[in-house]
Design a binder for this molecule. Structure first.
Ligand code: HDD
Length: 706
């Protein structure tokens, strides 16, 4: 059949990409067709449609007719477009890519994905926030989901992780409680996508096991600058099993190539207003520009002897193993290089499940993981509506698969032939294979059936303190500010006090600071601890974001504020220096139509000033004429652009002519700090970009009192 055939039914969809009309063939392939040669619109049954603008009526102004099958089918389908959003992690954004294995890990695991160096395995990743609904803003203070589906040659392997290596609770039976507490309060239906309310802190303050996670969530980890600059963690201890079924414990960590980076809270609040899609736009832009984000998969490997000697129970998901104790070994890289063709079909319908593991990977007895293994399968039925959700292309394995599961809603492929069971006498169909098949670790278990929390799970404060003392002073301050902010929204004094009593077991100075900022007159007694916290554990540098920042400014973005008469050569020099670094810039202009530079060229604006506040950029440059600066000094949006960039500790490059604007924004130039960089030549532009590698001028924090 000809590619451009107009026969209804052969072409299912047209798409406009870069001014080309594309039509999707029945095999899913995209063909380009000439303008004006679009296929005929049809009903879902394939009948060509003559008029899609008017319903069928009795007379020109008469009532609509129920026999209008085209109208009814169209509205019927529209009415049913929504599926239930995920009960947690509803807001997410996915991308395709691949995982490349560095070297064979056959010694530890028979997982096919780890057998051959250089092998590439297709992958789909979905990042998410946890608490907010599908339409909530990206910069909520929240945990980020980091779910990876690896389509291996021996079945799909899902690592359904977060950007934080521990969790709030130790047993899956508490999951509905923690989630109910953080979601909007049920009587009033708010607040949306926020933990700053009574119910959340009530539950937390009554749940000491959550203290370690709370320290992470109050840290800048919970307000990442981009999905591209955050780590991912499998959280639980898993097992690798080799050909001999020998077990090695394993924890999974994804490390971003571009280093770690977060925003500051005041910035997060403003980003949510300026661009609620900030994180998804960032991922989209990076991938569309061919700047493919990359992570290394690292494994922490250990044996039973280590597990028995470690300070904490390796089955306890509220604990981590510091990288200084077990070094993460890089075993492969994940590259995201393609956006989905369709958000709903892929990102919304993708079904991650912790129990999706191929032969060679196995579970530990972590009670949170064991519970998750039930929940993820169960939830897909509710969300996707059929046991056949594995028939959706995004969820189907990419390796051969054969089974006798059949029928059910929307079955798209059923077993063919006579035999739909085994064993059978017809010599048909697949059979199990003890050699190739999945085998569980032969774990010896004994003991009575009980509902008990193991004694080895009882230390709730030591690692919380370790996290706190591992942070730089700036990060510690942010934790104190976050706790103060969150608890300031709690209306019930006893909940605030209970939280301070826990903080006293983590760090007295932290507890005192937060109590003082909340205006609490007397400190409560420290909370009763199930067991006395250990002496200080050694600080771990791996836990800090600032200590694990980028080595370059690559992947970051500068906002360049311009006016008429902007220095043309300087704009070009800055663009060149940023390009060399692997960074980008966007022009912020008084008018979207742009300004005229010193060479008489039009510099088009990517944003008008109100639409491109400085919170959207990692650093800013003010390339304006003196007249332009004076005019901009009279505009609130321009003053905010500069004042916010300064307050958010960003590097600010400026031409001398920008002085009136800086002054009106409250920034004195008589004694500029190291982040205020005067530029007039291409060498200055290069120096500015080099300075930007530090991302923020932390020393300024004392001055601006964020
Ligand atoms: Fe979960 C989704 C991560 C504990 C039950 N979870 C979900 C997603 C991520 C995580 C990233 C979104 C997947 C996607 O993008 O589609 N969850 C975690 C981590 C946990 C965790 C890292 C602790 C270590 N989760 C957890 C528990 C339970 C669940 C203890 C229930 C007992 N999680 C679910 C769920 C979700 C889910 C209800 C909602 C949508 C989905 O599964 O597909 O089954």
């Amino acid at each position: 059949m000809a590619k451009n055939s107009r026969t209804p039914g052969t072409a299912t969809k047209t798409t406009k990409i870069h001014d080309q009309t594309l039509v999707r063939g029945t095999g899913g392939e995209l063909h380009q067709i000439a303008e004006g040669d679009a296929p005929v619109l049809t009903t879902a049954q394939g009948a060509p449609v003559s008029d899609d603008q008017n319903t069928l009526k009795y007379g020109e102004r008469g009532p609509s007719l129920i026999e209008d099958f085209h109208f009814r089918e169209k509205i019927f389908h529209f009415d049913h477009e929504r599926i239930p959003e995920r009960v947690v992690h509803a807001r997410g954004y996915g991308a395709h890519g691949y995982f490349e294995t560095y070297k064979s890990l056959a010694k530890y695991t028979r997982a096919d994905i780890f057998q051959r160096a250089g092998e590439k395995t297709p992958a789909f990743v979905r990042f998410s926030t946890v608490a907010g609904s599908k339409g909530s803003a990206d910069l909520a203070r929240d945990v980020r989901g980091f779910a990876v589906k690896l389509y291996t040659q021996e079945g799909n392997w899902d690592i359904v992780g977060n950007n934080i290596p521990v969790f709030f609770i130790q047993d899956a039976i508490k999951f509905p409680d923690i989630i109910h507490s953080v979601k909007p309060e049920p009587d009033r239906g708010f607040p949306q996508a926020q933990s700053a309310h009574d119910n959340f802190w009530d539950f937390i303050s009554l749940t000491p096991e959550s203290m370690h996670m709370v320290m992470w969530v109050m840290s800048d980890r919970a307000i990442p600058r981009s999905f591209r600059f955050m780590e991912g963690f499998g959280v639980h201890t898993f097992r690798f099993l080799n050909e001999k079924d020998e077990s090695t414990f394993v924890k999974f960590i994804w490390k971003p190539k571009l280093g770690l980076q977060s925003v500051v809270w005041n910035e997060a609040v403003k980003i949510n207003g300026a661009d609620p899609d900030y994180h998804r736009r960032d991922l989209w832009n990076a991938i569309q520009a061919g700047d493919f984000p990359e992570w290394e998969l690292c494994v922490q490997l250990f044996d039973q002897d280590f597990a028995d000697s470690f300070d904490f129970d390796i089955l306890d998901p509220t604990k981590l193993i510091p990288e200084e104790i077990i070094e993460p070994i890089p075993v492969g890289r994940l590259v995201l290089d393609r956006m989905p063709d369709n958000f709903f079909a892929e990102t919304e319908q993708v079904a991650f499940m912790t129990q999706n593991v191929p032969p060679g990977i196995d579970f530990s007895n972590d009670p949170l993981l064991q519970g998750r293994n039930f929940s993820y399968l169960d939830t897909q039925l509710k969300r996707l509506g059929s046991t056949n959700f594995t028939h959706l292309p995004i969820n189907a394995p990419k390796c051969p698969f054969h089974h006798f599961q059949q029928d059910g809603h929307m079955a798209m492929r059923n077993p063919v032939g006579r035999a739909n069971y085994q064993p059978n006498s017809w010599g048909e169909g697949p059979r199990e294979n003890p050699q190739r098949g999945f085998r569980s670790f032969r774990d010896e278990v004994e003991g009575p059936k009980v509902r008990l929390r193991a004694e080895s799970f009882a230390d709730h404060y030591s690692q919380a303190r370790q996290f706190f003392i591992s942070q730089t002073v700036h990060e510690q301050k942010h934790i104190a500010m976050a706790l103060t902010f969150e608890l300031s929204k709690v209306e019930t004094p006893v909940i605030r006090e209970r939280m301070i009593s826990h903080l006293l077991n983590i760090d007295e100075g932290l507890a005192e600071t937060v109590a003082e900022k909340l205006g609490m007159k007397d400190l409560p007694k420290p909370a009763d601890a199930a067991i006395t916290p250990r002496d200080d554990l050694p600080a771990s540098d791996a836990l800090s974001i600032i200590k694990n920042g980028p080595e370059s400014f690559a992947g970051r973005k500068v906002g360049v504020l311009v006016s008429d008469g902007a220095d043309a050569a300087l704009i070009k020099a800055l663009a060149a220096a940023l390009k060399k670094e692997g960074a980008t810039m966007e022009i912020v202009a008084p008018r979207i139509g742009g300004v005229e530079d010193t060479e008489g060229n039009v510099v088009e604006g990517d944003h008008m000033i109100d639409g491109g506040p400085s919170v959207l950029f990692d650093a800013v440059a003010l390339i304006v004429s003196n007249e332009g600066a004076q005019r901009l000094a009279g505009e609130a949006a321009a003053r905010d652009f500069v004042a916010d960039a300064f307050a958010h500790l960003k590097f600010v490059a400026y031409v001398k002519a920008a002085a009136p604007l800086l002054e009106k924004a409250g920034i004195a130039l008589d004694d500029p700090d190291e982040g205020l960089i005067a530029i007039s030549s291409s060498r200055d532009a290069g120096a500015f970009v080099a300075a930007c590698r530090n991302l923020r001028v932390w020393a300024r924090e004392e001055v601006v009192k964020l």
